[in-house]
Design a protein. Structure first.
Ligand code: MEV
Length: 337
């Protein structure tokens, strides 16, 4: 039996635009998905998950979600979740050259599903690592990232960048621009996350941006402008001392860029009333800046605030269901004892 875990992430900058080769800076956070894999001889796969439903349930391959009244969550969320597990199993079998391997899989996660914190990437990354290790094969994190990307790409109908999976596999702050993927130095940034309890459909949101970009030149320019924000943010981070407390003027500049990024993402139609309400609550509480994180449509915002004001303000914001501080996770995918 092998258990591996992988972190979720917030986007400091650059979601959506990264799909078109612009740069993005996601940061791994200390919220993890843990996947346990135990090989079985009959080739079957049995999954027990709290992540896919928020309540625990068990499914065996071949079960129809409609026939399972005990699964009290929207069918499309469960099916999407199962799709990711299915693809992760396929990648683990392929990497270990064991096409007929069966598994008992248990998933535990403290990353809300579909809320912009990279839950699916973390499950796929941890699942591939646990699956291959349980078959006696150790993959370097870069290969886990690569295989996890292929799994996400398949589930999201070819609409996935490498950013989420690379960040989850490597940990820390990373910069992704086309084929150039690297971990970067970053100071400990005071991230506060607000969660509206909802979820967005990544595939639909990415398709919506694609359609806008094809229809309007200015939507394509908006995507490029997000890339410009990230390029500027990269320069700002380069000037920071990664070992020390970030200086207030550095946080102020990053915050201003986050505000800008949120405005551009709103223009592309991926924000929502509750995300905007949380972003404005954070700004009014004097956060350095705030933006939605991930695909949008619902889910989470991320703010930069070292005062505690944003958490209090979000607690009183209608539509905000949960608030928490998110520390940078130095470790990417790892084996759990
Ligand atoms: C989703 O977490 C991030 C998006 O940029 C999609 C992707 O990069 O695959 C919206």
């Amino acid at each position: 039996m092998t258990t591996c875990s992988a972190p979720g992430k917030v986007y400091l900058f650059g979601e959506h635009a990264v799909v078109y080769g612009e740069p993005a800076i996601p940061c791994a956070i200390e919220r993890r998905a843990r996947v346990t894999a135990e090989p079985r001889n009959d080739g079957r796969v049995r999954v027990e998950a709290n992540d896919l439903s928020l309540d625990g349930f068990t499914v065996s391959w071949g079960d129809s979600v409609e026939d399972r009244p005990d699964i009290d969550v929207p069918t499309q969320l469960v099916e999407a979740g199962m799709g990711y597990v299915d693809e992760a199993v396929g990648q683990a079998r392929d990497a270990a050259d064991a096409p007929d391997a069966g598994f008992d899989i248990t998933i535990e996660s403290d990353i809300p599903l579909g809320a912009g914190l990279g839950s699916s990437a973390a499950v796929v990354v941890a699942g591939i690592d646990a699956g291959t290790r349980s078959l006696g094969v150790e993959l370097p994190p870069g290969e886990v990232a690569d295989r996890a990307y292929r799994a996400e790409y398949a589930v999201q109908d070819g609409q996935a960048s490498r950013a989420d999976t690379f960040c989850s596999a490597m940990g820390g702050a990373v910069r992704v621009e086309g084929e150039d993927r690297r971990t970067i130095d970053a100071p400990e940034l005071p991230f506060v996350v607000g969660y509206d309890g909802g979820a967005g459909d990544t595939g639909e949101l990415v398709s919506g941006v694609r359609a806008l970009r094809e229809e309007y030149g200015f939507a394509a320019d908006t995507v490029t402008a997000i890339g410009d924000v990230v390029r500027r943010g990269t320069e700002v981070l380069r000037g920071a001392d990664p070992s020390g407390e970030p200086a207030p003027d550095l946080l102020a500049e990053l915050g201003r860029l986050m505000d800008f990024d949120h405005g551009l993402l709103s223009a592309l139609g991926v924000s929502s009333r509750s995300l905007d309400a949380m972003v404005w609550a954070a700004r009014e509480a004097d956060a350095y800046g705030a933006k939605l994180t991930g695909a949008g449509g619902g889910g989470c915002i991320v703010a930069l605030d070292d005062t505690g004001g944003t958490e209090t303000a979000l607690d009183y914001t209608p539509g905000c269901e949960a608030t928490f501080r998110a520390e940078l996770a130095a470790d990417g995918v790892r084996v759990e004892e």
